[in-house]
Design a protein around this ligand. Structure first.
Ligand SMILES: [Zn+2]
Ligand SMILES: [Zn+2]
Length: 334
């Protein structure tokens, strides 16, 4: 194991444990330093005990690098591998086993912390056949949303990656902002070119109930929209659910064949149980997605699988149990 691989794995494990503390930041920084430094220099410094003279390498990272160079699995990494595994219930595992891809995730092109190729390599390790790259749309400037030019460039990059990673597939997509009037933050010709479109509310989350209902119904009725992302916008313990008439919204999702996302982020777990029950009642489609912003977070599907199992979501209504071709046919045929 190279020092870079060991550090990558540490970052991955801390991500899957949702650890955003000082240590996680330090290892992330150390990983980037090692990545940017000549491996020969790292070896020399490890031998001379001068790794910590490199800006961004602390004692813990230095120890990890030295152990990796000695051909050992670093002790701290071994500890993390054992203690950060994402748990899953037996019933949830049945859902997880059926999933063939992940339809909502981000890269460094918007506000993610990992390159597209690192996300793809991890998705392959997790047994996925495909992933849909859904970086943010232009209006979300704090998240470096992609404008037309950058999205077109990204589609080109994805073409190249698909040659490299075949038979695994990176599908094109975007997490498009739902504007205040229910319109979408991307031109229709681009929406039509994407394999999968996730539409989410990220602004004016406290909008009045009737207006929010209209806004969401208009968006899910849009033929380009395939998945309604994190429908209530809640952040558990931090931000309340948006208020809307869920009967109208889920009836529209069922009517227009827009999947309701079961967002697996531990701070979201959206929709909440009562709304998930209602969406099941309306016969909606679902998509169990991680909304990952780092490689480790791609391991979060168990959170959504457990929830889906608990609320009896019909497995044959979960769109990411489809193959990539079936999924594209489903999104294109709607
Ligand atoms: Zn979002
Ligand atoms: Zn997202």
């Amino acid at each position: 194991m190279t020092p870079e691989a060991a550090l990558n794995r540490v970052v991955h494990c801390l991500d899957r444990a949702h650890d955003k503390g000082f240590k996680a930041k330090a290892f992330f920084r150390a990983r980037n330093v090692v990545r940017a430094t000549d491996p020969a220099e790292i070896e020399e410094r490890a031998a001379a005990g001068t790794l910590t003279k490199l800006e961004g390498i602390g004692d813990s990272s230095a120890r990890l690098i030295t152990e990796a160079l000695a051909g050992e699995v670093p002790r701290y990494l071994e500890h993390l591998e054992a203690t950060t595994r994402v748990p899953i219930s037996e019933e949830g595992q049945r859902y997880r086993d059926a999933l063939r891809g992940d339809c909502h995730l981000h890269s460094t092109w918007s506000d993610g912390g990992a390159e597209i190729e690192d996300m793809a390599a991890t998705a392959i390790e997790l047994g996925h056949e495909y992933m849909v790259l859904t970086d943010h749309s232009p209006r979300l400037t704090i998240a470096h949303g992609l404008d037309r030019d950058r999205l077109e460039r990204q589609i080109g990059v994805i073409d190249g990656l698909n040659e490299r990673f075949a038979p695994f597939r990176v599908l094109t997509g975007m997490e498009v902002d739902i504007l205040e009037d229910g319109g979408l933050d991307l031109d229709a010709d681009l929406l039509a070119r994407l394999d999968v479109v996730v539409a989410s509310v990220h602004s004016k989350l406290r909008m009045e109930r009737t207006a929010m209902t209209e806004r969401m119904v208009i968006a899910v009725a849009n033929p380009h929209v395939d998945i309604l992302g994190h429908c209530t916008g809640r952040l558990i313990g931090k931000r309340p659910e948006s208020t809307f008439d869920a009967d109208y919204v889920f009836a529209a999702c069922a009517q227009f064949g827009t999947a309701v996302e079961i967002n697996c982020r531990p701070e979201r777990l959206d929709p909440p149980r009562p709304l998930l029950d209602l969406a099941v009642e309306y016969g909606c489609w679902f998509s169990i997605d991680t909304d990952a912003h780092a490689t480790g977070q791609l391991e979060w599907q168990p959170h959504g699988c457990d929830r889906a199992a608990e609320r009896d979501v019909p497995l044959d209504r979960v769109v990411n149990t489809m193959s990539a071709d079936q999924l594209i046919e489903w999104t294109g045929g709607r």
